[in-house]
Design a protein around this ligand. Structure first.
Ligand code: URA
Length: 242
């Protein structure tokens, strides 16, 4: 599907207003397939034609997917009247996209959070029937017991009567554990540990489906997902698929 170059630059690549991009074209700064574009009406096919600004290729992306290593103190929201919102941590170049967090982490939970403008994917991955696995590292008031592992595996009953799906609990050092859950009720991990008499003193998400947190990202840092990482988020890892 082709469209006018000025519309593509302004509405899709968000390079500026229609007026701004018309000026860029007029100034000879925009090239399509290696040739300077003469007029704003030049037809382009997004994803097929190579469009450059000052010689640098403008990569077409239908949607943006950002991995954030969420620090404490930020709410998983687009904006908030009382707290800092995770969208404030998005690198400047992505601020022009209407990004929102895919799912929620509590204000004091850290780790892997995806921000995107792809509502259809968020809906697909977070829909209750999908059950994508999410892995958390928890620091606890007490070490986990063999009985806790069994209770988590069999499906815990929370204080409000909610029966959890089976979850994997793996001790990970003294008063630490890894937990894999396939649902995402409000404060779920904290409430699951509460149900076995333990308090979560720190919680960090390290994996969603096949996508692992990039440990080289400092708390508060964010970067775009690679295509391979996006595939791992959507489809899980090869082991998960077999
Ligand atoms: N479970 C919780 O209790 N908190 C989170 O932030 C995520 C999962």
């Amino acid at each position: 599907m082709y469209m006018r170059l000025d519309k593509y630059l302004a509405a899709h690549l968000k390079l500026g207003s229609r007026k701004d991009v018309k000026k860029m074209i007029k100034d000879g700064r925009i090239a399509v397939n290696g040739k300077p574009a003469a007029v704003p009406e030049t037809p382009v096919t997004p994803g097929t034609d190579m469009v450059c600004l000052d010689g640098a290729e403008l990569k077409y992306r239908e949607h943006v997917y950002i991995m954030l290593n969420k620090p404490k103190g930020y709410v998983s929201a687009v904006s908030d009247n009382f707290h800092k919102a995770v969208t404030e941590l998005v690198p400047e170049e992505f601020k022009k996209f209407s990004l929102f967090p895919m799912g929620r982490l509590d204000i004091d939970t850290t780790g892997l959070l995806i921000l995107t403008d792809d509502g259809a994917l968020a809906h697909k991955l977070l829909s209750p029937g999908r059950h994508i696995p999410k892995t958390y590292e928890a620091e606890l008031s007490e070490s986990v017991t063999a009985e806790d592992i069994r209770l988590f595996r069999d499906g815990l009953l929370l204080e409000d009567g909610f029966k959890c799906r089976p979850a994997e609990l793996v001790p990970h050092g003294e008063r630490r554990a890894l937990i894999v859950i396939c649902e995402g009720k409000f404060h779920q991990v904290k409430r699951m540990f509460e149900a076995v008499g333990k308090i979560v003193t720190a919680l960090r998400r390290i994996k969603m489906n096949g996508l692992e947190l990039d440990e080289s990202l400092a708390a508060g840092e964010a970067r775009e997902l690679t295509e391979e990482e996006l595939d791992l988020l959507i489809n899980g890892s090869m082991e998960d698929r077999t």
